[in-house]
Each structure stands twice: as structure tokens, then as C-alpha cells.
Design a protein around this ligand. Sequence first.
Ligand code: NAD
Ligand code: IPM
Ligand code: MN
Length: 359
Amino acid sequence: MTKRIVILPGDGIGREVTAEARQLLVDVAAALGLQWELDEGLIGGGAYEETGTPLPEETVAKCLRADAVLLGAVGGPKWDSLPGDVRPEAGLLGIRKRLNVFANLRPIRTWPGLMLASPLKSELLEGVDMIIVRELTGGLYFGQPKARVEGGQAVVDTLYYTRGEIERVVRQAFSLAQGRRRKLTSVDKANVLESSRMWREVVNELSAEYPDVAVEHVLVDNAAMQLVTRPNSFDVIVTENMFGDILSDEAAVLTGSIGMLPSASIGGEGPGLYEPVHGSAPDIAGQGIANPLATFLSVAMMLRHSLGYPQAADAIEAAVLAVIEQGVRTRDLAGSNQAFVGTKEMSELVRADVRRRLA
Ligand code: NAD
Ligand code: IPM
Ligand code: MN
């Protein structure tokens, strides 16, 4: 059966990296004798310019009909002073909510060959292989009220979770841990936040159902430190929306660049949403130097989790590893005296390797 894939390029480098990912999908289809139904939709700042909203209903409808959605990134300085509800980022939050993808999986690993791209000592980075499970459709990002109040002299953001919202994402994390090294680190701020105290309670209750998984609770400030002092001791980390956002950018430093981190957002009744962890990178947009690999690795996650082609996912991951081991670098991965290639060249080298592997 033909699989429908919707690509939402978004803004800035989101457009550049998804253009290459589209080529990658076309190459994979050709190599496997498949045909995708590929479509694109508007989201973010570009969508706002064209339609007055960062998430047109037409985009939502396309996504709901798809088997999987690939998103680039949204946002940029041009739209930073818009009201919150029409900012590009509101489009991204909106599509996550509409697809009900409450579990955002952010795998973090080190790549042999890239250890020196990280400012951390190589011996600390040996064997780092963790996955952050970030709650994606609740918490501070979505709680109401969220407003300027008292005549503009005060402001409120609301951290709201139902027990059910916590349970479903914690279950995802437990079952992921069961398929890995069976260790779950729950990150919270239970010494201060009531929401975190309920979070911890839920984790402890559910742990009875997963007796083979060892659970630890770490406060988020301490977790931020331990991510860089003992990164290879983590297996699965589960945490609420905003803590997960912040900790995953920190964890990017282990890999060498945020340009290497993919993600999969799952759990809804419809398609999974796949996106690089990085943003639209206005500082380098339009220069042709963005690293497309976070998006390529997100395509691999999509092929594995939503489309049922694990061999193609393996080929992409192996190709990324091989090209990096050959010393090919985009600018974000290169040392100050190292040569680097552009987005298209990196894409072509990895795609050529993928084509060879799937031939
Ligand atoms: P960012 O991730 O866009 O950039 C942070 C730094 O990392 C920049 O120096 C950038 O050049 C670099 N970088 C990021 N991705 C890269 C890549 N693939 N290759 C090479 N270098 C890369 O974060 P920011 O600067 O804080 O945010 C910029 C805009 O992006 C904001 O409008 C923000 O809201 C938005 N944003 C969107 C998403 C998303 O759509 N998923 C995620 C994060 C930020
Ligand atoms: C991410 C981004 C988004 C988030 C922003 C752009 C809304 O930082 O995907 O990590 O905070 O979720
Ligand atoms: Mn983020």
C-alpha cells in the first residue's frame, strides 16, 4: 500500500534540511521499488505570511490523512514580536496537539568519529546511548490561563497536568526501557512543584507493573549536571514538557551538535510527527551550510516506527555513521581548522551511501 507522507518545511533551515530529506525519501523509495505519496503543507512564519495563521486548517487536514509527518523547523526574528497565538511556534505546538503526539522521543548517542566535536572529554562520552522521553502536549506549554493580567502588570503561565496525561507518557517510557537496558530516570522538581510530586507518585505506582525496570528519581537541576558528568549511565529519561525541552538541547552537546539530534513524536491515534530537535537557525539560514543529518535521522525513525521499513532506517543510520567516519563534516561539526561541506554535499554523500546499501 502506498504510504502518505506529509512534509512541513516551515522556516529558515527547516526548508533546507527537509528539501534534502525529501530527496532521501525519494531515493529510498526507488531503491526499495516503492512509491510514496509525498505532499507538503504550510506551517510557521511562512504560513502566517500566506494565510494569516501559523497553522492553516488545510495543513492539519493533510497531516491527519497521512501515515507520517516530517517537520523541518519554524520561527525567526521576523515574527518574534507577534502575539503568542499567531507566532510560528504556535503552529508547531498546534500540530503536536492536534495529532495528540504526547510522547516525544529524543535519542541521544555519541558517534565514534565525532567525539572531538563535543567540548566534553572523550572518556566521558564513551558508550552514551540514552533516550529522553519528553511529555509533549501538556504542562506549562499548554496550561490555561496563559496571559498578561492585572492591566498588564502581572503575567501567568499555568503548569497543569492530569494524572492520565502523566500516566500515558510514563507508560511509554517504561515500555521503551523494557526493550533497552531496563533503567528509567524520572526527572522532576518534586522538592518545589506540586505537579512534580504527582509525577513522582505516578512513576512509583506504575513501576509495580514494570518490575524488571530499575527506577531512579533525579531533581531537574541535578539532572542537568549529571547529564554532563555521567552521561553514559542514563538509559531512558522521562520528564515533563519544558524540562525535556531544555535537557535535550543540553544533551546535544554530548553528540557534538544539535544538528545531529532527531526526534519522533508518537502516541496519538493518527500519524507520528518526526522532526529534528533543532530550530530554524536564523543565524545560518539561506547559506546552505545547515547540517541535514538530524532530519535524515528523523526520517530513519519515521521509516522504522511509522512506515514499517526498518531495513531502510538501518541503512540511513549506517550511512550517517560511515560518512562521519570518513571525516566528512558540516560546519557545526568541524573544528576551527577543519574543512567542511555544505548541506547539499553532505546530503548527496549520505544518500549515495544509502543507495548502495539498499541496492
Ligand atoms: P536553533 O536550534 O535554531 O539554533 C541554535 C544554534 O544551533 C544556532 O547557532 C544554529 O545555527 C545552530 N544550529 C541549529 N541547527 C543546526 C543545524 N542543523 N546545522 C548547523 N547548525 C545548527 O535555536 P534558536 O536559535 O534558539 O532558535 C531559532 C528559532 O527557531 C526560534 O524562532 C525558535 O523558536 C525556533 N525553534 C524552532 C524549533 C522547531 O521548529 N522544532 C526548535 C527550536 C527552536
Ligand atoms: C523544540 C522547540 C519548541 C519547543 C519551540 C520552538 C516551541 O524548542 O521542539 O524543542 O519548545 O517544544
Ligand atoms: Mn527545544
